[in-house]
Ligand binder design. Structure first.
Ligand code: IPM
Ligand code: MN
Length: 340
């Protein structure tokens, strides 16, 4: 197995080291190729993602990414030309983000609600494509557009992947999240696609929620969700709230999948580079570690993936919330348990 590793910026570097420590503990011998991409390289050379690097990365089995973004680079530059470019070029059309409240983890909702759902966020379309423009910039008559792109092809493939997932789960429930009462063209395509694909999955119960209502239900009745399918931007927003109700962004893992395996999938914690705490042994590496579990699962190493998840589950149940340990200590603890 050949793994491309992009630690990136800030705490991305801190948590990736620990994620690899845990990977080595459950599955020794994975070949890792490190890529110096992110703010440091950009500031040094002006390069963000050279074509030669992209070409090389395409040949790997998977990519592990830490986090991208740095205050010394104008906002959006690295996010768009590195992170989003990788997602687009490698056709990561499923951005899979599990939301699970593990036993013992404190939630701002209070108590111990049952939360266990997964978001299928479309990863290559929506308002993320850069399809827009500006007229009369910086004048009182400025007009800015950012057009959401939704193709029948793109919507169908993520919806189908989400239905397959729902079919494999106990509750077999799929919720389309959109804003069809306002966004009638894109919303219409999503709703019709869910109706059509849903006919092939009679065992799956299908539901629809407006995205604003999801912000309420996720807080009041999170147990109602099983599989959520939604577009790129709604998925971005929904999964941050999902992370918050499941104990925080330090625990939220994600997978950018090309389910057809035409290109390597990419695995990353949902959190960003948090420059304010970078290099201080403060970041929780758990999200990065759980992202490794998603990677192993995707690569057919189900046993190793399950091992990581169970080690994380046990660790979270025993963690002292006041004193969870530093980045390295948590990584070492998880690796030791995973090797046992
Ligand atoms: C995420 C991030 C990215 C996104 C940003 C950094 C471009 O917020 O992975 O959720 O919007 O997809
Ligand atoms: Mn986000």
């Amino acid at each position: 197995m050949k793994l491309g590793v992009i630690p990136g910026d800030g705490i991305g570097i801190d948590v990736t080291a620990e994620a690899l420590r845990v990977l080595d503990a459950v599955l020794p011998g994975v070949e890792k190729i490190d890529y110096d991409l992110g703010a440091a390289r950009y500031l040094r050379t002006g390069e963000i993602l050279p074509d030669s690097v992209l070409h090389e990365v395409r040949g790997h089995d998977a990519i592990l990414l830490g986090a991208i973004g740095d205050p010394s680079v104008p906002p959006g530059v690295l996010e768009r030309d590195l992170l989003l470019r990788l997602r687009f070029e490698l056709d990561h059309y499923v951005n899979l983000r599990p939301a699970k409240l593990y036993p013992g983890v404190a939630t701002p909702l209070g108590g111990a609600p049952e939360i266990d759902f997964v978001v299928y966020r479309e990863g290559t379309e929506g308002p993320y494509t850069g399809n827009g423009g500006v007229l009369r910039r910086a004048t009182p008559n400025e007009v800015a557009t950012e057009v959401s792109v939704n193709t029948a092809f793109g919507v169908e493939r993520v919806v189908r992947a989400a239905f397959r997932k729902a079919q494999s789960r106990e509750k077999k429930r799929l919720t389309l999240v959109h804003k069809t009462n306002v966004l009638k063209f894109a919303g219409g395509l999503w709703q019709r696609t869910v109706d059509a694909v849903g006919a092939e999955f009679p065992e799956v119960t299908v539901d629809y929620n407006h995205v604003d209502a999801v912000m309420i239900h996720l807080v009041t009745h999170p147990e109602r969700y099983d599989v959520i399918v939604t577009d790129n931007l709604f998925g971005d927003i929904v999964t941050d709230l999902a992370a918050a109700v499941c104990g925080g962004i330090g625990l939220a893992a994600s997978a950018n999948l090309n389910p057809d395996r035409q290109s390597p999938s990419m695995f990353e914690p949902v959190h960003g580079s948090a420059p304010d705490i970078a290099g201080q042994d403060k970041a929780d590496p758990t999200a990065a570690v759980l992202s490794v579990a998603l990677m192993l699962d995707h690569l057919g190493e189900a046993e190793a993936a399950a091992k990581i998840e169970s080690v994380v589950r046990d660790d979270l149940a025993k963690r002292d919330p006041e004193n969870p340990g530093g980045t390295r200590e948590i990584g070492e603890r998880l690796a030791a348990a995973a090797a046992a």
